[in-house]
Design a protein around this ligand. Structure first.
Ligand code: G3P
Ligand code: MG
Length: 231
């Protein structure tokens, strides 16, 4: 039997539906993903899902996310008439259906996200259904200090992963490299120190096939149907 390649819906199923919206997460669920990935900011004491630090690309608003109130942000159209979702809405949608990778994207999101996850784990979620990730490894360290039970993955872009930091300091479960940086040697080195390898963003079928050859553990994809099931 072929080793399972985890199918992780990137910002939902953003190849089909506007990213980081409830409709996008629902589409990814409908496509049978193992996980969804989303990007989080904290605004006015609420956690919301949006990728960029500005509104212009994905909404009908303009300017910096953090220069707006929650009420202003919730008035915006994030695509197809969808609101920028609250993280709590996404958790309600996904409960019992799919696991969630929360990427800490906005400033100072570690504390509110950990508090939120603790609350969710009182309400039916369990830590093994959750994964924290970030390019900002200090935020992941802050999350670990608050509550180490939530698994962590370090994102990297065009740089060599620091396995010593990931294993011994962050105590991460995974390293998440950019697709163009993946080699069989990198995957073997990660596995040798006990890290899973979750690769972003893998959309081209040739790349998906190459990731299988490299024996990565999972891929973030805008097109979950291209990764498919794991029979
Ligand atoms: O977590 C994988 C991927 O989402 C990281 O990059 O910029 O799409 O958030 P980005
Ligand atoms: Mg992301």
């Amino acid at each position: 039997m072929r080793k399972q390649l985890l199918n992780i819906g990137h910002r939902g199923a953003m190849g089909h539906v506007p990213e980081n919206t409830l409709a996008s997460f629902q589409r990814a669920i409908d496509m049978g993903v193992d996980w969804i990935e989303l990007d989080v900011y904290a605004v006015d004491g609420e956690l919301i899902c949006i990728h960029d630090d500005t509104l212009d690309r994905t909404t009908n608003g303009t300017g910096n996310v953090m220069d707006h109130s929650l009420a202003q942000l919730r008035e915006l159209d994030a695509g197809d008439g969808q609101q920028i979702p609250l993280l709590s809405e996404v958790f309600d949608l996904c409960k019992g259906k799919v696991k969630i990778n929360v990427e800490l994207k906005g400033p100072n999101t570690a504390a509110p996200v950990v508090a939120f996850l603790e609350q969710q784990c009182q309400q039916g979620w369990s830590p093994d259904q959750l994964l924290l990730s970030s390019f900002e490894h200090d935020q992941l360290l802050a999350a670990k200090a608050m509550n180490p039970i939530f698994a962590r993955a370090g994102l990297y872009y065009a740089e060599d992963p620091n396995f010593d930091f990931l294993v011994n300091t962050l105590e991460a479960v995974a390293v998440n490299p950019w697709v163009d940086d993946v080699t069989p040697e990198l995957v073997d080195a990660a596995h040798a120190v006990g890290l899973q390898v979750l690769v972003y963003t893998v959309n081209d079928p040739v790349d998906i096939s190459w990731m299988r050859t490299c024996k990565v553990d999972g891929v973030f994809t805008n097109y979950p149907e291209r990764v498919g099931g794991n029979s």
